[in-house]
Design a protein around this ligand. Structure first.
Ligand code: AKG
Length: 361
């Protein structure tokens, strides 16, 4: 993963809008442009509400009326411009035995492609409310620190061995930015190695195989997950490429929960004008084919757009709930959680070492 800007190794590519700076020029790296951003960078600024180049400071402060009419909306097709609508095509799901996988609770999930972005597929929320809550709970409570093989920047802010749940405070949660499962991507050398590898959760493995199968990638082996936590509406992710996996022919499956965001996907360099999409709670984005090699990022989260069922907890009816609690509903009022999963190796490798030593590093 290659980030624009962020120099803090504990926050590899989650940059607050203030922190985003043009990428340093890396001679010989075809993904880097000397001018530090091009069309992608300008679109990020525009959607982050930071205005157009040359705009006065006063004007920049009031640009949250950014024109969103060109943002592609796969959930409400009727809201698209005629130009965007002409680009959207529904793609039949590839179903084994004609059945929609049970991982998707929705009666008939739909899958869309966008003609000018080969390899990008979008499935508007196929989950039931209970399924969304289940995955949020897994990401926030279990995948963050519960799994001892996780490498998470939360560890850096934890004191001693206390866990997030035994010491729950909303302020602690705002420090939670990412966690990795399976192969732990190493941000600085930009590699996956056998020494930095933990177990991959079975439930996530099964779900991702189901999801990839509707795209015709039923043979995908989920080997690395990055869970991204966007704790408040200023959280965003700078444009980057995910190109460190050997198995680039396999899709990235990316599921999001909580607040709505604007997602940008451009081209192989930052000079390509990106397409902007809305991603809402429960939506799944697949990046395959050409899209797998394209810059993408999240410049903007929309405040107050997390669905009501994620922002509430009813002690009378939900006290026994395994998957929900007041702390999660509090967190999800402002947050977004994204879990995105990749196959790393072309050929499966046995786990040769236990990455528990990572927790001692
Ligand atoms: O949060 C998202 O939707 C994007 C995540 C992403 O691009 C990544 O983790 O590489």
């Amino acid at each position: 993963m290659q980030a624009i800007g962020c120099n803090d190794p504990t926050v590899p590519w989650h940059c607050s809008p203030e922190n985003i700076v043009p990428a340093p020029s890396r001679a010989g790296d075809p993904n880097c442009v000397a001018d530090g951003g091009g069309a992608f960078r300008l679109a990020e600024k525009r959607y982050a509400g930071r205005g157009e180049p040359g705009m006065s400071k006063r004007k920049r402060r009031c640009v949250d009326d950014t024109d969103l009419s060109h943002v592609v909306d796969f959930t409400h097709l009727e809201r698209n411009t005629p130009e965007n609508l002409a680009q959207i095509v529904e793609v039949p799901l590839q179903l084994k035995d004609g059945a929609v996988p049970s991982s998707f609770g929705a009666a008939s999930p739909k899958l869309y492609a966008f003609k000018s972005m080969e390899g990008l597929y979008f499935m508007p929320n196929p989950f039931t409310e209970a399924q969304q809550r289940y995955w949020i709970k897994r990401c926030v409570k279990d995948y963050s620190v519960g799994n001892p093989t996780n490498l998470s920047n939360l560890q850096a802010i934890q004191s001693g061995h206390s866990t997030f749940w035994s010491d729950w405070k909303l302020e602690n949660m705002s420090g939670l930015r990412w966690s990795s499962l399976g192969y732990h991507y190493q941000w600085t050398p930009r590699v996956y190695t056998e020494e930095h590898r933990g177990n991959f959760p079975e439930d996530l493995h099964g779900f991702i195989q189901d999801a990839a199968s509707v795209l015709g990638h039923g043979d995908m082996r989920p080997e690395a997950a990055i869970i991204n936590y966007y704790p408040h509406t200023k959280s965003m992710m700078g444009g980057h490429l995910d190109d460190a996996e050997e198995a680039m022919e396999k899709p990235i499956v990316s599921c999001s929960f909580g607040n709505t965001v604007i997602f940008l996907i451009g081209g192989r360099t930052r000079d390509v004008e990106p397409t902007a999409l809305f991603i809402r709670s429960g939506d799944i984005v697949f990046m395959a084919g050409h899209a797998r090699y394209c810059y993408h990022g999240v410049p903007k989260m929309m405040a107050g757009t997390s669905p009501d069922f994620l922002c509430t907890f009813n002690p009378e009816t939900e006290a026994d709930s395994q998957n929900w609690c007041p702390e999660l509903s509090e967190y999800m009022k402002d947050a977004r959680v994204n879990m995105n999963v990749r196959q790393v190796r072309k050929v499966a490798r046995e786990m040769i070492c236990c990455s528990s030593r990572l927790s001692d590093e």
